[in-house]
Ligand binder design. Structure first.
Ligand code: ADP
Ligand code: MG
Length: 355
């Protein structure tokens, strides 16, 4: 089922948390709401769930207006499954008991409940765990039970709010991949909240980046990573080298003593260019978009090696990432900034974090 969010506004105590936000979620996609803490992700998810009411705007599920000025469909009648950071499982019920609860409340006949519970447990890889007590399960298994519980009523939409935040790193990646595989298998429309850009890039069909309650970026992971539409988005989605300069008559951009050619010709009074650290290349040849670079720092990160260099003609520091199976470099080098990887950003962008 597709979802339309139209001009949704929400304030708490005079503070605007969502600001006339509009966004469409396509049928069967996994859309991630990404943003810093306090950007409004949970508030938006709770409005979709019907746990909060927007003060203005509309939410439409398929053909049904679930909230506007006059209509409000209760959470139980929205056809949703929800997974939260705290699994919110009942400790006094076993696995099957936790899954069956909502179905019993719906008045579903017992044999059908058993069938649905068994099916949901198979779906999340917990077949045969019906009678297990919650405290006998590992963190990952508890997360799977929470996921099974969200799916047991065969919802048309799955809403997840940072469901992986309580898991340690290895398990988090495994569960991330499992949730994504499951979502693709079931083709269930999913809105997934996270503050972790790696998670968002790894599992999403599309990423919606929120900043102070506004949508500041929307697109497929590859696209928003390579060609963000603002400096804020560029920096939020990964490490970024950002250069400011002045466009020249031929479309190149003067940064320090160099005229750089970007992916597209740049015009205007001021230009902002972004290049990802892994796009910078060592080179031996002088030429267009190359610069003398003094290596000032080197960090071994495991699979990758990170260099900080001072780019002489540009007069700035740049960060370069390359595979750590490459030979170590030191001292004076030459760097190429391939024009295809040098992405012009709108000069008027929201000031981003310095990370
Ligand atoms: P996120 O999930 O992106 O971290 P939230 O949607 O939880 O952000 O919160 C957005 C802003 O709204 C924050 O400044 C938060 O303090 C505020 N907020 C959220 N819920 C409430 C509430 N029930 N009462 C008052 N302020 C709230
Ligand atoms: Mg939140």
């Amino acid at each position: 089922m597709n979802i339309r969010i139209e001009g949704v506004t929400k304030s708490y105590g005079g503070q605007r948390v969502l600001d006339a936000l509009s966004l469409a979620v396509h049928e069967g996609e996994l859309l991630t709401l990404l943003g810093a803490s306090g950007s409004g992700k949970t508030t938006l998810l709770r409005i979709l769930a019907g746990l909060e009411r927007a003060e203005a705007g509309r939410v439409v599920f398929g053909d049904t207006v679930v909230q506007d000025d006059t209509a409000f469909v209760s959470p139980q009648r929205r056809g949703l499954g929800m997974v939260f950071q705290s699994y919110a499982l009942w400790p006094h019920l076993d696995v099957a008991g936790n899954l069956a609860l909502a179905l019993r409340e719906q008045g579903m006949p017992k044999p059908q409940i058993t069938e649905r519970v068994d099916e949901a447990l198979v779906t999340v890889g917990l077949a045969g765990m019906q009678r297990r007590a919650i405290h006998q399960l590992s963190g990952g298994q508890q997360q799977r039970v929470a996921l099974a519980r969200a799916l047991v009523a065969r919802p048309r939409v799955l809403l997840c709010d940072e469901p992986l935040s309580n898991l340690d790193a290895g398990l988090r990646e495994q569960m991330r991949d499992e949730i994504r595989a499951l979502q693709q298998r079931l083709r269930i429309t999913t809105v997934f909240v996270t503050h972790d850009q790696t998670e968002a890039l790894a599992m999403s069909d599309r990423i919606a980046l929120l900043h102070h309650g506004r949508l500041v970026e929307l697109g497929a992971p590859e696209q928003v990573y390579a060609q963000p539409s603002s400096e804020y988005a560029g920096r939020f989605l990964g490490k970024a080298n950002v250069l400011t300069g002045v466009p020249e008559a031929d479309g190149r951009v003067r940064v320090g003593a160099l005229a750089l050619r970007a992916a597209t010709a740049v015009t205007g009074a001021r230009a902002v260019l972004m290049i990802r650290p892994e796009a910078l290349l060592w080179t031996d040849a002088a030429g267009q978009n190359t610069v003398a670079a003094d290596i000032t720092q080197l960090h071994m990160l495991g699979a990758l090696r990170e260099y900080t260099v001072h780019a002489r003609e540009l007069g700035v520091a740049l960060v370069l990432l390359e595979s750590s199976d490459q030979p170590v470099r030191a001292g004076q080098q030459r760097l190429a900034l391939p024009s295809t990887a040098l992405c012009p950003l709108p000069a008027e962008t929201i000031a981003g974090p310095s990370a």
